[in-house]
Design a protein around this ligand. Structure first.
Ligand SMILES: Nc1ncnc2c1ncn2[C@@H]1O[C@H](COP(=O)(O)OP(=O)(O)OP(=O)(O)O)[C@@H](O)[C@H]1O
Ligand SMILES: CC(C)(CO)[C@@H](O)C(=O)[O-]
Ligand code: BAL
Length: 283
């Protein structure tokens, strides 16, 4: 595979996408924060099934991190990421610096309602403002035909869909299934923070959520099932559970039996916060 073109300015990104467009080629985008793993590569594969050209952005977006969060220690490994992009057949890596995305005087924030209410927002109150603002910018900068986001960050996917619908952004948002290791652990750049013992515990998260989803599907009381799940996570070794909740798919309104639903959770292992979600099987 050829090495991807690497650009760090919006002007160069726009010029390249315009050339592809003029040549009649479709463009797909995969926004990331880098430290690429097989989950990201699966998004690129899906992008390449839908378009002749794939743009991957690598930008650790400071506005979605709270001051107490891991912005400084977030893994940054551009050379390795570019190798992975070449192997995956991505055509362009957009690697802007902070001042390219947020030049002096930048003063806009996009705040999405609906699916951003609750769950992550209860614990990361400005997270989705940061995500929505940067995703809107990336989609306006690259103007792709479609953009691929992972279901691992399920609430984020729902917020991005709402954002594009509300702002009439002419881009199709494609959701991609969660890629997991052999033990069910969702791949995540933050898994790199986990020590050996923590990894063993992290691998129990998905199984515990699947049990909760099966119990709900079989008719268990929602408050009881989510409460038992939080207790099971603590028994498994998680020190703190931010939430375990059942929600209706897409809108993330309270789940109603008979409707498509998901169980979503966030929990801490030491200083590492993991999230995951699973579908509630239809009864
Ligand atoms: N295991 C996975 N399967 C499918 N998509 C994934 C997976 N992990 C991340 N993604 C998707 O990749 C995109 C970029 O995510 P990001 O760069 O934040 O990676 P991450 O592994 O989720 O990192 P973090 O550990 O910071 O949450 C998002 O759309 C995210 O949902
Ligand atoms: C969508 C995103 C690239 C915005 O910074 C980020 O939240 C992520 O990697 O999931
Ligand atoms: N994967 C979503 C980005 C974040 O948690 O900061």
């Amino acid at each position: 595979m050829n090495a991807p073109i690497v650009v760090d300015s919006v002007t160069a990104l726009r010029a390249q996408v315009r050339d592809w467009r003029q040549a009649g080629l479709k463009v797909a985008m995969v926004p990331t924060m880098g430290a690429l793993h097989d989950g990201h590569i699966s998004l690129i594969r899906i992008a390449l099934e839908r378009a002749e050209r794939c743009v991957v952005s690598i930008f650790v977006n400071p506005t979605q991190f709270a001051p107490t969060e891991d912005l400084d220690k977030y893994p940054r490994q551009l050379a390795r990421d570019l190798d992975r992009l070449r192997e995956a057949g991505a055509h362009l890596a957009f690697t802007p610096g902070v001042s390219e995305m947020y030049p002096a005087g930048f003063a806009t924030k996009i705040s999405v309602g609906g699916p951003s209410r609750g769950l992550e927002t209860d614990f990361r109150p400005s997270f989705f403002d940061g995500v929505a603002t940067v995703v809107a910018k990336l989609l306006l900068q690259a103007a792709p035909d479609c953009a691929v986001f992972g279901e691992k960050d399920y609430q984020q996917l729902c917020v991005v869909r709402q954002l594009c619908r509300d702002l009439d952004l002419a881009v199709e948002i494609v959701g991609a299934p969660t890629v997991r290791d052999a033990h069910g652990l969702a791949m995540s750049s933050r898994n790199a923070y986990l020590g050996e013992g923590e990894l063993e515990i992290a691998r129990k998260l998905n199984l515990i959520l699947r049990r909760a989803a099966a119990a709900l599907s079989a008719g268990a009381d929602e408050a009881g099932a989510t409460g038992d799940t939080a207790k099971a996570l603590v028994s498994a070794g998680f020190q703190k559970v931010d939430y375990v909740a059942a929600r209706t798919s897409v809108t993330l309104e309270p789940w109603q039996r008979g409707r498509d639903g998901r169980v979503l959770a966030a929990a801490w292992l030491g200083t590492t916060r993991l999230i995951d979600n699973v579908e509630i099987p239809s009864a």
